[in-house]
Design a protein around this ligand. Structure first.
Ligand code: CA2
Length: 148
């Protein structure tokens, strides 16, 4: 990875996207989301490193990997959003901008989804815009580079 790479990280169960709960998460698969991110990044001459894991420690390792020397991190931490101090600590150690993304509007769902351990350590948030929110996150990171 280098400073033209956007690291896009997806947490638990996001590999199931498009298979269940289309009324909440839509019909796109994670492969579709990767394509969306890659296309958005290409408009700015950026590349995407797109990953998914169901494991908290793996996500922590990946945030640490991308914490410097990249164009930034887009993070949909899935269920770990609402539980993980470890992921929060990893994000707070990042020296590159981090964007929290959620496909659904976590503030309009069950009470337990309303709190995010990541919200105040991320620099920007795209919540409830469907999978298009990932492309918006990439756009925002590209904008940050122009301002730097
Ligand atoms: O809205 C989001 O993007 C979430 O981060 C998705 C997580 C959920 O735990 C968060 O509260 C909000 C869950 C992703 C699970 O995705 C599934 C996709 C299809 C079928 C079942 C789960």
């Amino acid at each position: 990875m280098d400073d033209r790479t956007v690291l896009v990280l997806n947490g638990p169960n996001l590999n199931l996207l498009g298979e269940r709960e289309p009324e909440v998460y839509g019909h796109d698969t994670l492969a579709d989301v990767e394509r969306l991110c890659t296309e958005a990044a290409a408009r700015y001459g950026l590349t995407v490193d797109f990953r998914q894991s169901n494991h908290e420690g793996t996500l922590v390792d990946w945030v640490q990997e991308g914490r410097s020397g990249t164009a930034g991190i887009v993070l949909n931490a899935g269920g770990y959003t609402h539980t993980s101090v470890a992921l929060r600590d990893a994000v707070s150690a990042a020296r590159v901008p981090c964007v929290e993304v959620h496909i659904s509007d976590i503030h309009a769902r069950e009470e337990f989804r309303r709190f995010s351990y990541l919200s105040d350590v991320c620099d920007h948030h795209v919540i409830g815009h469907g999978v298009a929110g990932y492309a918006e996150a990439v756009d925002w990171l590209a904008g940050q580079r122009r301002q730097a």
